[in-house]
Design a protein around this ligand. Structure first.
Ligand SMILES: C[S@@+](CC[C@H](N)C(=O)[O-])C[C@H]1O[C@@H](n2cnc3c(N)ncnc32)[C@H](O)[C@@H]1O
Length: 388
């Protein structure tokens, strides 16, 4: 079986609540999503399509390519089913592979046990057919096999991504409480920023939101910053397909004359980290960095600008009390200094959010890890502040 000439079900996974944005991205690439669920999007395609998806998507985590769906009540049944897959035509004999899984089957109490069963079946099939077997282990930098097993139905995928796509490769220094890149990208898509008007990001931390904004405006895709994917380690992989897709991606980058992206932070360290990360992303010249309290951030006069805050949430009580004032000040600043803009505040502390004192036009739901978060949208025309 040459996977590269074979059409099958593709599942693109993402963090919870990102799938509506992922769906749009996939459709914009010319694919037809056939199912959208909380943590992913399903479509049909071949491994060449997986290459395109891996390089272009901003909101994705993994691109999974289905190779078999079967009935399996327990681990032995699964093992027998897996022996029938011609692994020797998928994974190079001198290669390396690893197993990941998502299992909810009553006979399995430990996912690692299921992973070992998959690994054993692949190794035993190889030994029987070729007398040798590829190495295996936990690394996700080469071929990766993914098992999705729910009740008595198991589906085996080739994970064509390997290392997660949710990190976009430019953030070599994380800074304090950085936002996951795929989440930052999805929240930007949620703002419907026109990608030409000013974009202001006070409290920029490690710069993720401003960098993602610059990438979005100039059509820079995450694939520009990464050169290894699991699909590169499969039998039949033709680097020309990837090279061509990479060149197309480079050629897609545009200049946006007059684009103003402003990122500020009160911490000298944060501004330094942001500049380093923006440099790696190749967008340092597109962002104006300012070291200041958020209330001193430059706000260019504009009718369609976007201002986006991601403040701290406050894990401890003392911090939360101090942040009450910060949240109230953000509200005042938005109302008084950002007239005409659309304001956004992303937070995982819904109690603190009440201190902002502005009536949100929208409350868009997200998660950061397991924290229930909101992206609050404020229309900043005169008189929008709620009467206290
Ligand atoms: C949650 S972090 C932002 C993380 C960022 N989105 C990222 O991905 O790295 C909040 C940032 O707000 C900054 N900050 C806190 N109080 C501030 C203030 N009064 N003025 C400006 N920046 C402030 C902190 O230095 C920190 O970098």
């Amino acid at each position: 079986m040459n996977l590269f000439h074979h059409k099958s079900r593709i599942i693109v996974t993402c963090s919870n609540r990102l799938s509506p944005y992922l769906q749009h991205e996939i459709a914009a690439l010319g694919f037809t999503p056939v199912r959208v669920f909380k943590t992913g999007v399903e479509l049909m395609g071949d491994l060449k399509d997986c290459i395109t998806l891996n390089l272009h998507l901003r909101c994705a985590s993994q691109v999974l390519f289905s190779i078999k769906e079967c009935n399996a009540h327990d681990a032995n049944a699964l093992y027998q089913q897996l022996l029938n897959i011609s692994w020797e035509s998928i994974i190079p004999a001198d290669g390396y592979f690893s197993i990941t899984s998502n299992v909810s089957n009553e006979t399995i109490t430990n996912n690692l046990f299921a992973n070992v069963k998959v690994k054993d079946a692949i190794a035993d099939r190889f030994r029987e057919k070729t007398g040798a077997r590829p190495d295996s282990g936990p690394g996700l930098h080469t071929a990766v096999v993914h098992l999705y097993w729910k009740d008595d139905i198991a589906e085996i995928f080739i994970d064509t991504s390997g290392e997660t796509l949710s990190k976009h490769g430019y953030r070599k220094i994380p800074g304090k409480a950085p936002m996951l890149e795929s989440l930052a990208a999805a929240t930007l898509l949620a703002t419907r920023w026109d990608r030409q008007s000013p974009f202001v990001n006070p409290m920029c931390g490690s710069g993720t939101i401003a960098i993602e904004a610059a990438m979005l405006a100039t059509h820079r895709k995450p694939g520009l910053y990464r050169n290894n994917y699991a699909f590169m380690h499969l039998c039949g992989y033709d680097s020309e397909v990837y090279d061509l897709e990479y060149k197309k991606m480079e050629a897609d980058v545009i200049e946006v004359p007059g684009l103003q992206i402003i990122a500020s932070d009160i911490s000298e360290d944060a501004i330094h980290v942001s500049k380093v990360n923006a440099g790696i992303a190749g967008v340092e010249d597109l962002i104006q960095f300012e070291l200041c309290d958020f209330a001193s951030t430059t706000i260019p006069a504009n009718e369609a600008g976007v201002i986006y805050f991601n403040p701290e949430y406050g894990d401890r009580l003392g911090e939360e009390l101090a942040l009450q004032e910060t949240y109230a000040r953000m509200g005042d600043f938005l109302k008084q200094q950002c007239k005409g803009y659309t304001g956004y505040i992303f937070t995982g502390n819904l109690e603190l959010a009440k201190k902002i004192g502005l009536k949100p036009k929208k409350r868009i739901e997200f998660y950061t890890s397991k924290i229930d978060c909101r992206l609050f949208e404020y229309e900043l025309y005169a008189g929008s502040r709620e009467k206290k």
